[in-house]
Design a protein around this ligand. Structure first.
Ligand code: SF4
Length: 152
């Protein structure tokens, strides 16, 4: 990507297509989102990077390339205690987008919408993590039903 400075868009597209082809050849479970337990087990090897809304899960020994825009960043693992704050941020972003549209600040709207997507996604992810896991017990077979009625 670095060598093809004249046609960076082509290089980026070719690189993405290459990654997509490689991934399509691998079992899909290798690319699943880690569970909270797996993240906690991994992060317990290091000092956690505490942020105002949660923990930063970017690779250790690397700098933040997202300019600390944590609300937008997929590497932020929000704390459940910060759910209310995230909703406040979301509501504020909605008000700011409405204001920017009203005032004709079109350049601002796009950036705010990216932040809004992050502020909406994080509480949803928290809610999903707090939901109890559904365990499929299967359907009882006729033999099981008949066996149970015999014992009653
Ligand atoms: S923007 Fe992302 S990578 Fe940077 S500090 Fe925040 S959560 Fe970590």
């Amino acid at each position: 990507m670095g060598c093809n400075a004249i046609y960076p868009a082509d290089a980026i597209e070719a690189h993405r297509a290459f990654i997509a082809r490689r991934r399509s050849l691998r079992p899909s479970e290798e690319y699943r989102t880690p569970t909270n337990e797996e993240w906690d087990a991994f992060l317990s090897h290091f000092e956690k990077r505490k942020l105002s809304l949660g923990t930063c899960a970017r690779a250790f020994g690397t700098a933040c390339i997202h300019e600390h825009a944590c609300v937008r960043c997929s590497l932020l693992r929000a704390e459940p205690s910060q759910r209310g704050r995230l909703l406040e941020i979301r509501d504020n972003l909605l008000d700011r987008i409405a204001e920017a549209q009203r005032e004709g600040w079109h350049g601002e709207v796009e950036g705010l919408e990216i932040s809004l997507a992050g502020a909406e996604e994080k509480p949803t992810r928290l809610d999903a993590a707090l939901k109890p896991a559904v365990i499929y017990l299967g359907l009882p077979t006729f033999g099981q039903i008949a066996g149970r009625s015999n014992t009653l």
